[in-house]
Write a protein that binds this ligand. Structure first.
Ligand SMILES: NC(=O)c1ccc[n+]([C@@H]2O[C@H](COP(=O)([O-])OP(=O)(O)OC[C@H]3O[C@@H](n4cnc5c(N)ncnc54)[C@H](OP(=O)(O)O)[C@@H]3O)[C@@H](O)[C@H]2O)c1
Length: 245
């Protein structure tokens, strides 16, 4: 049972890797992120973890492809793929409050990390989905990417790129099972979680339930473990309930 976690350097990605390694200690976890050398602590020392460099929306380097192939050939392919990379803000960009804040460069970067990166990673790994066992493919999306749920507006780049990610999930949920055997491809809402991504909003989030990354990882691990072929194409919240697209 090999699990690939893209964005393992993030709060949710790291906690998920720790959860998978704790629940399934003998099973390999492949962790992808921009700076594997910055992943530290117990996680780094776990012999079942394979850390590899990867940047969202960029082609996977040949040496990384070779390392991926080596691990996947000996473990029988990908059984779980969880895309946790995401971009809401950084030094240059901050969630837009109104139309005047729209910036094409920021929009493009958000689409690259939040949507395109998932699509091209699935494209690269799909040949490793083959097998009789169910492959679970999940994109960590966000409730604010729901078109139906959008009452407040704002956050253009994040909302639009997560809505696009949701469509990517839906499309893949149609094509992947036809071509690669039993697959459930889903979008997940992790719930509000303490992380660098949510940090600037800590004050306004005070009224909401904010989970630790470890709680979120446990919630998502439970959801993922229960995902069956019948769940293919769902947008699932951290508690297992359905979210509207
Ligand atoms: N936290 C919440 O309340 C919340 C709520 C709803 C949805 N989410 C979603 O949950 C996911 C994880 O978020 P988080 O809270 O764990 O945030 P985080 O700690 O800020 O992690 C973000 C991750 O995305 C990676 N990333 C950013 N740009 C990248 C790029 N160009 N190429 C590759 N990786 C890139 C970061 O890598 P570096 O370490 O290299 O920067 C990091 O691993 C995201 O998709 C987010 O949208 C979070």
């Amino acid at each position: 049972m090999t699990t690939v976690i893209a964005g393992i350097s993030g709060a949710i990605g790291q906690a998920l890797a720790e959860r998978y390694l704790a629940q399934q200690p003998e099973q390999p976890v492949i962790g992808l992120c921009r700076h594997p050398e910055q992943v530290t602590g117990e996680l780094r020392r776990n012999p079942a973890l394979h850390l590899l460099p990867w940047r969202a929306a960029e082609p996977i380097e040949p040496s990384v492809k070779a390392s991926l192939s080596e691990v996947l050939a000996s473990s029988g392919g990908v059984h779980n793929l969880i895309y946790t990379a995401g971009l809401l803000h950084d030094r240059q960009m901050f969630p837009e409050k109104r139309l005047e804040d729209l910036d094409s460069q920021h929009l493009m970067r958000a689409f690259e990390v939040n949507c395109i990166g998932f699509g091209v990673l699935v494209q690269a790994l799909a040949p490793w989905f083959r097998g009789r066992q169910l492959t679970r493919v999940a994109a960590v999306s966000a409730k604010v990417g729901s078109v139906t749920d959008n009452q407040l507006g704002g956050w253009y780049a994040y909302r639009c790129s997560k809505a696009a990610l949701n469509m990517m999930v839906k499309n893949l949920s149609v094509e992947l099972p036809r071509r690669y055997g039993p697959i459930a491809c889903v979008a997940l809402h992790p719930g509000t979680t303490r992380s660098a991504l949510s940090e600037p909003f800590a004050q306004s989030l005070a009224k909401l339930t904010v989970h630790t990354p470890e709680q979120t990882a446990l919630n998502l691990y439970r959801v993922m473990s229960n995902v069956s072929e019948a769940d293919n194409g769902r947008f699932i919240s951290w508690d297992g309930s359905d979210l509207p697209w």
